[in-house]
Write a protein that binds this ligand. Structure first.
Ligand SMILES: [Zn+2]
Length: 141
C-alpha cells in the first residue's frame, strides 16, 4: 500500500530544546552572592516547656503515720482493724544476746555471760494489737 514509505523521513521523536537551540550556555555561572536568607549565627532554640509543678498544686498524700515503735506500749492506729489502740508489748531477747553470751562465756568469765540477758540493748519488744492480735512490729534497740 505504501511501498515508498521511508522511515528516515519520520523521526520518532521531535528534537529536544537543546538540540534545536544548540548547546546550553557554558559560560553562565551563578554569581557568588552572600546568602542573606540564612543568618550565619542562627542557632535553633529548643522550645522551653513551662515547669509542670507551677500549674498543678502539689498533691499531698496524707498518710496516717504511726509513731515509731518503742520499748513501751505505743498509742497508734492499727493498720489491720483501723482502730486507735495501745499496742501490747512482749519483750524478747534477741538472738544476738545468745551469741554474745556464748562469746562472753568463752572469752571472759561465766558471770559476765549473763550480762547480755540483763542489758536492754539485747531486748527487743514485739508490739501487737490488743484487739485483733495483729503483729505490728518489733522494736529493736
Ligand atoms: Zn488491730
Amino acid at each position: 500500500m505504501y511501498p515508498n514509505m521511508n522511515k528516515s523521513e519520520m523521526p520518532s521523536a521531535p528534537p529536544t530544546y537543546l538540540e534545536s537551540v544548540g548547546s546550553a550556555p557554558i559560560g553562565f555561572t551563578t554569581p557568588m552572592y552572600p546568602s542573606p536568607s540564612v543568618p550565619p549565627m542562627y542557632q535553633p532554640v529548643p522550645p522551653s516547656y513551662p515547669t509542670s509543678n507551677t500549674n498543678q498544686p502539689n498533691q499531698v498524700v496524707i498518710v496516717q503515720q504511726n509513731p515509731p515503735l518503742a520499748r513501751t506500749p505505743v498509742q497508734m492506729i492499727c493498720p489491720a482493724c483501723k482502730s486507735q489502740i495501745i499496742s501490747t508489748i512482749q519483750e524478747d531477747t534477741t538472738p544476738s544476746a545468745y551469741l554474745c553470751c556464748a562469746l562472753t562465756y568463752f572469752t571472759s568469765c561465766c558471770l559476765c555471760s549473763c550480762l547480755p540477758f540483763c542489758m536492754d540493748a539485747f531486748k527487743m519488744v514485739h508490739h501487737t494489737c490488743p484487739q485483733c492480735k495483729t503483729f505490728l512490729g518489733t522494736y529493736k534497740p
